[in-house]
Design a protein around this ligand. Structure first.
Ligand SMILES: Nc1ncnc2c1ncn2[C@@H]1O[C@H](COP(=O)(O)OP(=O)(O)O)[C@@H](O)[C@H]1O
Ligand SMILES: [Mg+2]
Length: 259
């Protein structure tokens, strides 16, 4: 784990708020490195800037300031795009297709030849427990099934790096467990995984390292082992997370003195 495969340097993004009609900074001076085979969880409250960060890494948004590279290429470079997988926050599906047809279509986009594609689709359906539902139209899928299909789609090109945006949000406890188990098996395969979440219990079991993003600023970064490993001064991930946010708020604002 010595080569950074994702590297953000002084990365910043301003959005135009249509509501307030002015620019505001969604991500500010972000410095972050993810090593090969590492599982990194970017945590933050809603609106913290997590999705913006992920989109910058994928090249879906252009940085206002700074740089970000993936696998040694500037974000969005086509040589890197073929080697990464992406699960968006709200995946869009052609609902009249079956699960199998959708994955086959995703494989075609990556130019996988027929025989290899069929093998890969079969293996992924099995991995996300959708073999039995493979011939059913997606519009009949539950939220959990759709999320698992989105996960399978993100793996169709056997990517080296997996970018997942809120993989467990909107799922019931069983759906969340399923996603966690898939994540753990990918981790065992040595994949690099970068994901966003605001659901702390889903993160603590799977991450090697976490970052806490608050109002666009990385206000904490730590190895999970130092947070939950005992001996440290945090009881659990939630404790660490709240501590980071509270400290950032205190540093950023004048705190009225008592008395
Ligand atoms: N395309 C956009 N245009 C304008 N504002 C945006 C856009 N995308 C996100 N934002 C705003 O930027 C902030 C960060 O959003 P986001 O990155 O989606 O946060 P998170 O994923 O952590 O919930 C929010 O205030 C959000 O409303
Ligand atoms: Mg988001």
């Amino acid at each position: 784990m010595t080569t950074p495969v994702i590297e953000a340097e002084e990365l910043g993004k301003d959005h135009i708020s249509h509501f307030l009609r002015k620019r505001f900074t969604a991500v500010d001076r972000l410095n972050l490195q993810v090593m090969r085979s590492e599982t990194y969880g970017l945590l933050g409250l809603n609106g913290a800037g997590k999705t913006t960060t992920l989109k910058l890494m994928l090249g879906l948004l252009r940085p206002t300031r700074g740089r970000v590279s993936v696998l040694g290429y500037p974000a969005g470079h086509r040589r890197a795009l073929g080697r990464i997988g992406f699960l968006p926050e709200n995946p869009y599906f052609y609902s009249y297709l079956t699960g199998r047809e959708f994955l086959d279509f995703a494989g075609q986009i990556f130019g996988l030849p027929g025989a290899e594609r069929r093998k890969r689709v079969q293996a992924l359906l099995k991995m996300v427990s959708l073999t039995e539902a493979a011939g059913t139209a997606i519009r009949k899928y539950s939220k959990g099934m759709m999320q698992r299909l989105g996960i399978a789609q993100s793996l169709i090109n056997d990517p080296e790096i997996i970018f997942w945006d809120e993989p467990t949000s909107g799922l019931d406890p069983i759906g969340r467990r399923d996603v966690r188990l898939i994540l753990l098996s990918l981790k065992e395969q040595g994949k690099t995984i970068f994901f966003n979440s605001h659901l702390l219990p889903d993160v603590s079991e799977v991450c090697d390292r976490v970052g806490v993003l608050h109002r666009g600023v990385l206000v904490g970064e730590e190895r999970m082992a130092n947070i939950t490993g005992g001996g440290g001064h945090y009881r659990n991930l939630e404790d660490y997370f709240l501590d980071c946010i509270n400290r950032a708020e205190e540093d950023g604002k004048a705190v009225p003195k008592a008395g």
